[in-house]
Design a protein around this ligand. Structure first.
Ligand SMILES: Nc1nc2c(ncn2[C@@H]2O[C@H](COP(=O)(O)OP(=O)(O)OP(=O)(O)O)[C@@H](O)[C@H]2O)c(=O)[nH]1
Ligand SMILES: [Mg+2]
Length: 427
C-alpha cells in the first residue's frame, strides 16, 4: 500500500462514480476527495452494475487509464469499496504510479491527517491496518510485495499491531464512560449532537453552549477545548468535543461528535464508536439533519444514522437544520415528516440564524432527567425486578440494601411518577 498520496498534498485525482439504478452523481465523492486534500481534475461516471474485476466495466476502465495518463493525475478515486482483488487489478491496469483509492481509504486518510485525540488516532490506525491487511495478503500474491513491505513478516506484524491497538482502545472507551458518569453524577444533563458530516452539528453546539468550555479542562477532560471550527467542508470535526451550557436552572454538557458518512466498512464504523457511544448513552440525543438535502437523500442519511446509533438510552430529537436555506413551507414539511418517521420528536431550526433554537431548548429541557427521588422497595424478587427497571429508565445514584432497598435516583418527571406508582402497587 503506498503511503505517499495523502491529504493536503494537492495531489490530482480523477473521481469515478457508478450506479446500477440511477444516474451516477459524482458530487459527493468529489467533496470527499477534496476533504482528503485532492484536487479533482475530472469526473468519470458509468451506469452499470459492479464489475467483479475492475469495479466499472473493463472498457471503461481502460479508457479511464488513458485519461489518467493524459491528465497526469496521481490517484483515481472510486465512489465505493474496492475489494482486494479489484484493487490489485486496477493497480495493474492504471499507469505506473497512479493509485486506485476507494471511499474507505479516503475517509481513513482524512482522519489520519486530522489532529484527533488519542482515541481518534488509535481508531484510525486500527482501521487503516485492518484495511491494509487483506490487500497486503493479495498483492503478496501478485508480486508487488517489495513495494508494500518494510521489514519482517508484514502480515504478522500488522495483526499484532491491530491486537495491541484494540486493547488500548478498550481502555480509552472505559475512561470516556467514566467521564460521562462523573458528569452525570455531578448533576449535568448529557446531550449528544450527532448526524452526518456537514449537517451543522458544530454550528448548533455554538448556539446551545456557553462561550466558555468547562472550567476543568485537564487530562480527565481531554475532550474539552475552546476551538470548535465550522466550515463548509466534510469532516471538519474529527473528535468529540464537550461544552457546557445552561437550560433554566439546569447545567448541561453538550457533546459535539464526528459526523457519519455513507458506506463505511464495519471496521471503519468502529472508528466512529466514540460518536456512537456518546449518542447512545446521552440523556438526550439530537440527530441533526441537513434540510437542503433532497428528500430521498435525507431519508437515507437519517436511516443510516439511526441504525448506526442503535438503541439510545434517552429520546432522540430530530433537528431539521438549515431551514433558512430551504424554499417554501411544503419542502420543509415534507422533510420534517420523513425525519419524524425515525425519531421521537422533530424541531426545525436554523442553527446559523438562531430560529427555532429556543423551541429546541425547551424540548431538551423536557427530556432531561431532572427530578430526584428516594424510593424504598421491598427486598425481594419483585423489588429487584423494579430496581432493574429503574436502572433502565432512570439514572440511579445510590442503592442501599437493608430490610428494604433504598434507591436514590434522578429521572424525567414522568418516569419518577411511573416509578412511584409501581412502588405503590407492590404495597
Ligand atoms: N444556511 C445554513 N447553513 C448552515 C446552518 N448551520 C450550519 N450551516 C453551514 O453548514 C456548514 C457545515 O456546518 P458545521 O457546523 O461545520 O457542520 P458539522 O455537522 O459540524 O460538520 P462536520 O464537523 O464536518 O461533520 C457550514 O458552512 C455552516 O455555516 C444553517 O442553519 N443554515
Ligand atoms: Mg463539526
Amino acid at each position: 500500500m503506498q503511503e505517499s498520496h495523502s491529504r493536503l498534498d494537492g495531489s490530482e485525482a480523477i473521481v469515478v462514480a457508478r450506479s446500477e439504478t440511477d444516474r451516477p452523481d459524482p458530487t459527493e465523492i468529489t467533496r470527499l476527495a477534496e476533504a482528503a486534500g485532492f484536487a479533482v481534475a475530472d469526473a468519470v461516471t458509468q451506469r452499470r452494475r459492479e464489475d467483479p474485476g475492475t469495479w466499472i466495466g473493463r472498457g471503461k476502465a481502460e479508457a479511464l487509464a488513458e485519461r489518467a495518463r493524459d491528465l497526469g493525475v496521481d490517484v483515481v478515486v472510486f465512489d465505493g469499496g474496492l475489494d482486494p482483488g479489484q484493487y490489485a487489478d486496477l493497480v495493474d491496469l492504471l499507469p505506473d504510479g497512479v493509485e486506485p483509492v476507494d471511499r474507505y481509504r479516503l475517509v481513513l486518510d482524512v482522519f489520519a491527517d486530522g489532529t484527533g485525540d488519542e482515541r481518534a488516532a488509535l481508531q484510525v490506525e486500527a482501521a487503516r491496518l485492518s484495511y491494509v491487511l487483506p490487500r497486503l495478503r493479495r498483492i503478496t500474491k501478485v508480486s508487488q510485495l517489495s513495494k508494500a513491505v518494510e521489514k519482517g513478516n508484514p502480515i504478522l506484524d500488522v495483526e499484532a499491531r491491530i491486537d495491541r491497538i484494540e486493547n488500548q482502545l478498550a481502555d480509552i472507551a472505559e475512561r470516556a464512560a467514566e467521564r460521562r458518569e462523573s458528569r452525570r453524577a455531578s448533576g449535568l444533563g448529557l446531550v449528544a449532537i450527532a448526524g452526518y458530516t456537514n449537517a451543522g452539528k458544530t454550528t448548533l453546539l455554538h448556539r446551545l453552549a456557553d462561550d466558555l468550555s468547562l472550567a476543568d479542562a485537564d487530562a480527565e477532560h481531554a475532550d474539552l477545548t475552546d476551538s470548535t471550527p465550522i466550515e463548509d467542508r466534510l469532516f471538519v470535526t474529527l473528535e468529540t468535543i464537550t461544552r457546557q451550557g445552561t437550560l433554566d436552572d439546569l447545567d448541561v454538557a453538550y457533546t459535539d461528535t464526528v459526523g457519519f458518512v455513507d458506506a463505511l466498512p464495519h471496521d471503519l464504523v468502529e472508528s466512529f464508536s466514540a460518536t456512537i457511544d456518546e449518542a447512545a448513552s446521552a440523556d438526550v440525543t439530537l440527530l441533526v439533519v441537513d434540510a437542503t438535502d433532497d428528500p430521498e437523500r435525507l431519508r437515507e442519511k437519517v436511516s443510516t444514522s439511526v441504525d448506526a446509533m442503535g438503541d439510545t438510552e434517552g429520546p432522540v430529537v430530530g433537528v431539521l437544520n438549515k431551514v433558512d436555506a430551504v424554499d417554501g413551507q411544503t419542502a420543509s414539511a415534507e422533510r420534517r415528516d420523513t425525519l419524524a418517521e425515525f425519531v421521537d420528536d422533530v424541531v426545525a431550526v436554523s442553527a446559523l440564524e438562531g430560529t427555532g433554537v429556543e423551541r429546541l431548548e425547551e424540548r431538551v429541557r423536557e427530556a432531561l432527567p431532572t427530578e430526584t427521588a428516594t424510593l424504598s422497595l421491598p427486598n425481594d424478587g419483585d423489588g429487584h425486578r423494579l430496581l432493574s427497571w429503574l436502572h433502565d429508565h432512570a439514572s440511579v445514584d445510590a442503592v442501599e440494601y437493608g430490610s428494604t432497598v433504598t434507591v436514590r435516583l434522578s429521572a424525567r418527571p414522568s418516569v419518577v411518577e411511573r416509578a412511584r406508582a409501581r412502588v405503590a402497587d407492590l404495597g
